[in-house]
Write a protein that binds this ligand. Structure first.
Ligand code: FVH
Length: 299
């Protein structure tokens, strides 16, 4: 029997990664892999950004083609879909595992997956739910939606999980982008509401810093409503568990609009939502939650 005494500890070599695009996000991703000891090859259109990572251990490629040739796993984080087209044009991607974290529409992601397949590459799309300071800081809670080949995701999950958490949302390559845009759209709705709230108090002797915690606590208290909305959408019954029926809420809308007018605040953020609530009420949804508004949005 062979003795194990004196053998080297079993060190597992980390897979090499290529990173195309070193803007704020690409650089944060690259630094996370470097800090974790992954062999990393980088390329960026403006070479100085790539050169800046050399002292941290990155291998700097002279071209995108050279960078792609360096690793099987190629992570792309560029400004937009057009820049991805430009960077990958003419580059040999045969046998590469392309992971595109550039913000795209679902249609762009699906087209890119099909294009990658035609060119002999495998493809995974990603939607980043984090800002650069959250990358490499797991406790910050940032994560990336992934969709496309499950097999590819499983193969690279450990590596992809280094900069941020990973959430796989399906074989359809467009689903990561769709989840990304859905969450960010909800965020903009929230920002729109808070903008209106701050505008209401703007000309009064009320400290915005005093309103802020009240606003934040109220929004948090309202968050469970998303689960009830989901349950109602699944069941198709929008009246289950209703505590504030649409008819009552619509009756209150003139108060909101008059208050805005009295405070000299434009109703242009709230107005369109109230219009939809009134339309649903007119269709007979008075006993429902606000869930029926979703159906009115579907064209
Ligand atoms: N930063 C953020 O907060 C958000 C968080 C959520 C996800 N987004 C998306 O991530 C993609 C990259 O964002 P970024 O913050 O890194 O963006 P920039 O700092 O502006 O860097 C852009 C990089 O793209 C390169 N680039 C632009 N156009 C081209 C092109 N035609 N050909 C080649 N490269 C191009 C640019 O290169 P350079 O200007 O340094 O030469 C940067 O590397 C993005 O999809 C966000 O939506 C970030």
């Amino acid at each position: 029997m062979t003795s194990l005494i004196g053998m080297e500890p079993n060190t597992v070599e980390k897979p090499s990664v290529t990173m195309l695009g070193l803007g704020a996000m690409g650089t944060a991703l690259a630094r996370a892999w470097l800090a974790a000891g992954y062999p990393l090859t980088v390329w960026n259109r403006t070479p100085a950004r790539a050169a800046a990572l050399a002292p941290e251990g990155a291998r700097v490629a002279d071209s995108a083609a050279q960078a792609v040739a360096a690793s099987t796993l190629v992570v792309i984080c560029l400004l937009d879909d057009t820049s991805v087209d430009e960077v990958l044009a003419g580059v040999d991607v045969v046998g590469r595992d392309l992971v595109n974290l550039t913000t795209s529409t679902p249609a762009q992601a699906r087209a890119r997956a099909a294009g990658a397949r035609r060119r002999g590459a495998r493809y995974l799309d990603g939607g980043i739910m984090a800002v650069p300071p959250m990358i490499g800081a797991k406790e910050a809670g940032g994560y990336v939606f992934y969709s496309g080949s499950r097999e590819l995701f499983d193969r690279h999950q450990e590596t992809l999980g280094v900069p941020a958490g990973t959430t796989y949302v399906g074989e359809d390559a467009g689903f990561a982008a769709l989840h990304d845009v859905a969450l960010l759209s909800a965020m903009y709705g929230m920002f729109a509401g808070t903008a209106h709230a701050f505008a209401l108090i703007r000309r009064e002797d009320i400290d915005p810093a005093a309103l802020a915690p009240l606003l934040a606590d109220w929004l948090v208290a309202m968050i469970p409503a998303v689960h009830q909305t989901a349950d109602q959408l699944r069941s198709g019954d929008y009246t289950t568990g209703v505590v504030s029926p649409l008819a009552m809420q619509v009756a209150g809308t003139p108060t909101f609009l008059r208050t805005a007018e009295q405070q000299g605040v434009s109703p242009e953020l709230l107005g369109p939502y109230f219009d939809l609530m009134r339309r649903r009420l007119a269709e007979g949804g008075g006993e429902e939650d606000l869930t029926g508004v979703i159906d009115l949005l579907l064209r």
